[in-house]
Ligand binder design. Structure first.
Ligand code: ATP
Length: 354
């Protein structure tokens, strides 16, 4: 069953206006900065927030359509939700938490328990059945929350920052398991997250929301290869410039230019990886890369085994260098440097029409 939200809703001064779909078996990550509307979208699908106009469909069933007088409450939508804070019932044992879903859908006590036991076993949580939520670790609680969502036999799965509250080590473990379980789920999944790595690891498609609208969607490879907004570029760690291309040269809006032989003529975006830029202490010779420009170091920050250098100037850029290079070139805030990049490392593609 395909999930489709095509509509708009106002919350105070904010408006969400989207047309988003997720097919059976797809895991669609919804990424976006604070206040972009991610939770609002999730609330709309879950049935906690009616649309002001448009429709929400699960397969051929319309679950929200104000014009048609349809609004199904959450319990009638066949939607499983996992929140950041597991929201398990503190006074119920794990097995009864998981049985709660089927119970609330009218399944008898013993059948619901047997479904719960089955799901706990599938998620390798059998030994936890008799515990209370307070006796679980954060990672265990999130696994139980997933079991509870799946035990309802949902048509759609919604995950709202499911790993955000976990420590780094636990997050990595649960991430791996989640990937497996989402892969086995036959329906569409919407995963709201701030974390681009989580989106890249878990999602088959990524939808980026900014200011209540979809600014980009595509496979993880499409998003990382061709970021369309400064936010997406930062997320995937690319330098992004707006400009106008003609005969393989991109004149950057605001000054400067980049040679990019494959650039299509017209309004383009040019993306450049931080690791594809070289820093020089003095002007590089003519035999070096075809793109060369002056810049001033603004900041340095450690990044794994590299140092991320932020530069300002006509073409502001983030550059990743080795710690040895920092020492050799005497890089420090205020230091004037030259940067260079090969023409073939500049990826230029048509800018979206705004
Ligand atoms: N209860 C509310 N009443 C009025 N406006 C609200 C309410 N909740 C949210 N909003 C508005 O809706 C906007 C979108 O909020 P939403 O929670 O959907 O964003 P988000 O992308 O999930 O953000 P975050 O990443 O911070 O959770 C907010 O900027 C806020 O202005």
């Amino acid at each position: 069953m395909t999930l489709r939200v095509d509509g708009h809703v106002r919350r105070g001064g904010f408006e969400l206006r989207v047309d988003v779909a997720a097919d059976p078996g797809e895991v669609v990550a919804v990424l976006g900065p604070n206040g972009a509307g991610k939770s609002t979208l999730l609330r709309v699908v879950a049935g906690l927030q009616p649309l002001d106009g448009g429709t929400v469909r699960v397969g051929s069933t319309v679950v929200d359509d104000i014009a048609g007088g349809v609004y199904l409450p959450p319990q009638r939508r066949r939607i499983g939700v996992v929140f950041q804070d597991h929201r398990l019932f503190a006074h119920l044992r794990v097995v009864d938490n998981v049985a709660f879903g089927p119970r609330s859908r009218g399944v008898g006590r013993s059948a619901a328990r047997s479904t719960a036991t089955d799901w706990l076993a599938r998620l390798s949580l059998d030994e936890l059945g008799r515990r209370y939520p307070r006796q679980l670790s954060g990672g265990q609680a999130q696994r139980v929350a997933l079991a509870r969502a799946l035990a309802c036999d949902p048509a759609v799965l919604l995950l709202d920052e499911p790993l955000a509250a976990l420590d780094v080590q636990t997050r990595a473990e649960v991430q791996g398991e989640l990937r497996e379980h989402l892969g086995a789920f036959a329906g569409p999944t919407l995963l709201v997250t701030h974390d681009p790595i989580e989106a890249l690891l878990l999602a088959t498609r990524i939808v980026v929301l900014e200011r209540g609208g979809v600014v980009q969607q595509g496979t993880p490879a499409e998003i990382t290869g061709r970021p369309l907004t400064p936010y997406v570029a930062r997320l995937v760690g690319m330098n992004l410039y707006e400009g106008t291309a003609s005969a393989g040269v991109v004149a950057i809006t605001g000054g400067g230019s980049l040679v990019a032989p494959a650039a299509p003529d017209g309004a383009v975006l040019a993306a450049l990886r931080p690791s594809a830029i070289t820093v020089h202490g003095a002007a590089p010779g003519p035999a070096s890369a075809r793109n060369r420009w002056r810049a001033t170091v603004a900041a340095l920050a450690p990044l794994g085994d590299r140092v991320r250098v932020t530069t300002v100037g006509e073409l502001a850029a983030t550059v990743d260098v080795t710690a040895a290079a920092v020492a050799e070139l005497g890089l420090a805030p205020g230091r004037e440097v030259w940067l260079s990049a090969k023409a073939t490392d500049v990826s230029a593609y048509p800018a979206p029409s705004r």
